[in-house]
Design a binder for this molecule. Structure first.
Ligand SMILES: [Zn+2]
Length: 469
């Protein structure tokens, strides 16, 4: 996942849904159980994830790996019997990490030459070949940088606010720390800094840096910007005590090229009564180019595919169409999500629900939605059918970054919510590999997604189907 926005409470626009009575939902308990049993006993989400992670482990938008992932996803949708399989175009940024990411201490002299674990942030500029040699300034927030802007000129600025372990929801803690990664380097550039470092946005204290996107305003030059491991950040903060001078040298050879064409992959299971109405199952096919993008978001992609496979295996065709959309470029641009919204503007009023899986492949706990009133009660009753696997909760929150652009058009969104305690240990790092995903947990998540989407596609009623919204 990319943004903290999915946690921001929303004022829900009036959407054209009619809530289903709880008794009608209860009638689906038996079919939900069949779906869950199929997922638990004969689920293939883990096999699908193994294929994706083997064939296209590095699949940042615009890269050869992303192209391979697109081929795999199209082939797989056809092999699993999805209908109307197609590629829908979008244009994506093309950022290359390069080969070199090195940070060494120049001063204090006693530690000269010691190197620290870093990873370039997506969107970072490269450094000159001889690197950038500059004194270090440590800050803990964007606000502190504003206050100390006069000290930042000519420096390498380290943003060192930790992921707060006292915040009970890890996604909320992530949201509370990630602004220094997404906005910090641009702010540092404005203050005259020559490079920016950001403490990895993870609760773990270790030597593994976590990458992610950083944004520079159009027209302003990008700065070299890298994530440092949490342990490296602690080391630097300790060295930079008042009165001490710390000098660092940074080498990065990443670069941004011209935008390139890319695609979302779309496939459907046609509805038996209302094929023109949709429950969208979304995930993002692109992933950071470290690890294998197994949890983020290979897991979501294979769960969306597996959800349709499960329904087909049980000969279940819901009243409305299930539309699987594997979005491109969630991680560093969201271009696929915006292209989907724009290309389908005329039929967004016929989307009864858009549900995303982009919080990792851990054991499912329930779903999130910002819906209120009767619609919320309906979603809560559908989620409650998943109690047999401990996934019966309806949490308050958004659906996910890729479906969020649909919300302004009145589309109801929801997100699969898995267990979250370990997600940010692996997120955007070399730890996000197939071996970190538990097969049964992943398959139960696919079963939960299939069941939730199936019952929603049976029961959520549109009050009207306006041509344009
Ligand atoms: Zn993601």
């Amino acid at each position: 996942m990319l943004t903290a926005a999915l946690l921001v409470p929303l004022v829900w626009p009036a959407h054209p849904l009619q809530a289903a009575p709880t008794a009608a939902i209860q009638e689906h308990a038996a079919v939900v159980r069949r779906i869950l049993v199929e997922a638990a006993s004969r689920g293939t989400a883990d096999l699908l994830l193994s294929e994706l992670c083997t064939r296209a482990p590095k699949r940042l938008a615009g890269s050869p790996g992303a192209e391979e992932a697109l081929r795999w996803a199209s082939e797989k949708m056809r092999a699993l019997g999805l209908e109307e399989v197609r590629l829908e175009p979008c244009s994506v940024p093309r950022w290359e990490r390069g080969e070199t990411a090195r940070l060494v201490i120049e001063e204090p002299k006693a530690l000269a030459g010691a190197s620290l674990a870093i990873l370039a942030l997506g969107g970072s500029a490269g450094t000159p070949a001889e690197g950038i040699d500059a004194p270090l300034l440590v800050v803990h927030s964007l606000a502190e940088l504003e206050q100390r802007a006069s000290e930042a000129k000519g420096k390498i600025v380290l943003f060192n606010r930790p992921f707060d372990p006292a915040v009970l929801d890890p996604f909320e803690a992530y949201g509370g720390a990630v602004d220094q990664r997404s906005e910090g380097p641009a702010r540092a550039a404005r203050a005259g800094a020559v490079a920016a470092l950001v403490r990895s946005v993870t609760p773990r204290l270790d030597d593994v840096p976590h990458t992610g996107a950083t944004r520079f305003e159009a027209g302003t030059p990008a700065l070299p910007a890298a994530a440092v491991s949490t342990r490296a950040a602690e080391t630097l903060a300790e060295l930079a005590r008042p009165g001490a001078t710390v000098r660092l040298r940074l080498w990065l050879d990443c670069r941004t090229l011209e935008d390139v064409p890319s695609w979302n992959v779309v496939g459907e299971l046609h509805g038996r009564e209302h094929p023109e109405q949709f429950v969208l199952l979304g995930a993002h096919l692109d992933a950071w180019d470290v690890g294998q993008g197994a949890h983020d978001d290979g897991a979501g992609c294979v769960q969306a595919l597996e959800a349709v496979r499960l329904l087909r295996a049980l000969d279940l065709r819901p009243r409305r169409t299930l539309r699987v959309v594997l979005f491109m470029n969630e991680e560093n641009g969201l271009r696929g999500a915006l292209a989907y919204r724009d290309a389908h503007l005329q039929e967004l009023g016929q989307h009864v629900l858009a549900v995303e899986s982009d919080r990792g492949g851990f054991a499912p706990r329930g779903f999130s939605s910002a819906a209120q009133g009767e619609t919320r009660a309906t979603l809560a009753a559908i989620a409650a059918l998943l109690e047999p696997i401990g996934a019966g909760a309806l949490f308050f929150g958004g659906g996910g970054a890729d479906v969020q652009p649909l919300e302004a058009h009145g589309v109801l969104t929801a997100g699969l919510v898995p267990e979250a305690a370990r997600y940010f240990d692996v997120h955007h790092s070399e730890h996000d590999v197939l071996a970190a995903v538990h097969p049964r947990e992943l398959n139960l998540g696919a079963g939960a997604l299939a069941a939730f989407a199936y019952v929603a596609a049976e029961l959520l009623e549109l009050r009207s189907t306006p041509a344009t919204r």
